[in-house]
Design a binder for this molecule. Structure first.
Ligand code: NG6
Ligand code: CA
Length: 522
């Protein structure tokens, strides 16, 4: 019933816009809401019942919900690198694009034609609020959190940023606005190290009794900040340190402010939410609200943040011509360093919607993500099985705003605006490469998925002291090549490699071509 009404409303909107000259009328505002480690099965509209996500479900009902949406990598830094550059991160030789520490240098070349740079050129005011995790500084001089912090978001296309440097579990846990740490007392300078303990503040390892929420594994047991031990050592900057319980409120408030400030011109906002990444901390209003413990509670907190953005767009009458994209940087994970009871409290909830594997891995559970696009003026509400990777947003936005891009600068990004607009039902993206830790690759082509053996590769946990034999990472060690047919085996349970040697060989060859030749074929 609701859907029928939406379709009628959409047809009416189309009728109203029928006299506009171009196929794609006025530049839409664009808001990407990207959650951190949100799984394919974590939203009501993707099947969750123990977690309530009414706002995200409303986005899906009013927009286009993809069942085959992909994060290009199953961890944050490479996935977000691809989103912003249109290039698979594993191609990078010059810059480190694996999971970055909080003092790592910027992994995108300043001045590159990134997604925000293209939109800036198209006349948009561009901003990012929330998680950055793409490095800061030039890599020659160590980044100085007490001075001017650059290059960073503002040198790769954003006009405004209000970010934290890396992850919430990594030091320094401070907000940076444009080039400066917010609320820093110069008399109490910030010092950070990921190598030696430069701090006289207690660590989780020495003083577990000071942890106020939960214990952590060894990698997450360095300096204790706000009762939680982190990765890395920190001293100083006390007045600038964020409180974990306030992060969601800040992301919502800064996103709302950004939209209000820029309501009279085209704007692009990337709202990079922190949940449900560890350490999970729910604001008071969300504690105990879901039926599957803390991880469910913080996903309901995400839903509130999304709702705040949606309410603002409605209040300012911007919703109709705003393209809102909702997705996640990689698939779900339960235990990721903190003993926060997420495994024990699951209560039957399926974070990956039953897909095989988790964050870090090339299986579908690591890379398939929720992906919703709502743009009432142009997108007919529907569900699509067309493949779409976050690496495609750059070329797609360039297409929607009439900007030219070159294969050289965005070699892996496809303009899928026709998919968004529903002018084709074809699979424009025939294949996509999926990427897990230690540069493990897989190729999805049509319904087939091929994962080459990498028995000899050095699999690392990509965290100081992380145990590569931990299941989360070891799952990427593939002893025998794997071939799955996702059409009849969506959970990648049955390896049909032996029965389909030609198919496997063709996929292996294609993966090799994509690796060697750069641009992906259409
Ligand atoms: C890993 C951390 C993990 C998380 C991840 C980054 C270890 C063993 N694990 O190194 O807790 O912070 O990095 O997650 O140290 S991501 O979503 O930003 O990629
Ligand atoms: Ca992530």
């Amino acid at each position: 019933m609701i859907e029928t009404r939406l379709v009628i409303a959409w047809l009416f909107t189309c009728f109203l816009s029928a006299n506009l000259p171009a196929a794609v009328p006025t530049k839409p505002n664009i808001v990407i809401i990207i959650a951190d480690d949100l799984g394919y099965g974590d939203l009501g509209c993707y099947g969750a019942t123990k977690i309530k996500t009414p706002n995200m479900d409303r986005l899906a009902t009013e927009g286009l919900r993809f069942t085959q949406g992909y994060a290009p990598s199953s961890t944050c830094t490479p996935s977000r690198f691809s989103l912003l550059t249109g290039e698979y991160a594993w191609r990078q030789k010059e810059r480190k694009t694996s999971i970055l520490d909080g003092d790592a240098p910027l992994c995108i070349e300043p001045g590159r034609r990134t997604l925000p740079a293209i939109l800036h050129q198209a006349g948009y005011f561009t901003g990012i609020v929330g998680k950055w995790h793409l490095g800061l500084g030039d890599g020659i001089t160590p980044v100085d959190f007490n001075g001017e912090i650059k290059p960073g978001p503002l040198e790769v296309g954003f006009d405004y940023c209000h970010i934290i440097p890396a992850t919430v579990d990594r030091v320094p846990g401070v907000w940076i606005e444009n080039h400066r740490v917010v609320g820093l007392d110069p008399a109490d300078p910030i010092k950070v190290s990921y190598v030696t303990n430069i701090s006289d503040e207690p660590t989780g390892l020495e003083r577990p009794d000071l942890l106020t929420r939960y214990r952590a594994d060894k990698q997450h047991s360095d300096t204790i900040v706000n009762g939680i031990s982190r990765i890395g050592y920190l001293t100083g900057g006390k007045s600038a340190r964020f409180k974990d319980e306030d992060l969601a409120k800040t992301v919502a408030a800064k996103s709302v402010e950004f939209i209000e400030r820029n309501q009279n011109q085209p704007f692009f906002l990337e709202a990079a939410l922190f949940e449900p990444h560890v350490p999970r901390v729910a604001g008071t209003n969300f504690v105990g609200t879901s039926e599957c413990g803390l991880r469910g509670d913080v996903i309901q907190q995400i839903d509130w943040e999304v709702g705040e953005i949606m309410k603002t767009l409605d209040r300012l009458h911007l919703a109709t011509n705003t393209l809102v994209i909702l997705s996640s940087d990689n698939g779900a994970i339960l235990f990721d360093g903190y003993y926060d009871h997420s495994v024990e409290d699951l209560n039957g909830h399926q974070p990956t919607g039953g897909l095989r594997g988790w964050k870090y891995q090339v299986f579908e559970g690591g890379c398939r993500v929720p992906l919703i696009a709502r743009w009432p003026q142009q997108i007919q509400p529907r569900v699509s099985g067309q493949m779409f990777s976050l690496v495609d947003l750059l070329a797609t936005f360039a297409g929607l705003t009439g900007q030219k891009i070159s294969q050289a600068s965005a070699p892996d990004s496809l303009d899928l605006s026709a998919v968004l607009l529903g002018t084709t039902t074809n699979q424009l993206r025939e294949n996509t490469v999926l990427h897990g830790i230690s540069d493990t690759l897989a190729l999805r082509e049509g319904d087939w998925k091929f994962i080459p053996a990498n028995g000899k590769a050095k699999i690392s946990g990509q965290g100081k002291g992380a145990n590569p034999n931990d299941d989360r990472f070891a799952a990427n060690r593939i002893a025998q090549p794997l071939l799955f047919n996702l059409a009849n085996d969506p959970d990648e349970k049955t390896n049909v490699f032996a029965a389909n040697p030609d198919r496997a060989a063709a996929l292996q060859k294609k993966l090799g071509e994509i690796k060697n030749n750069g641009p992906i074929s259409k």
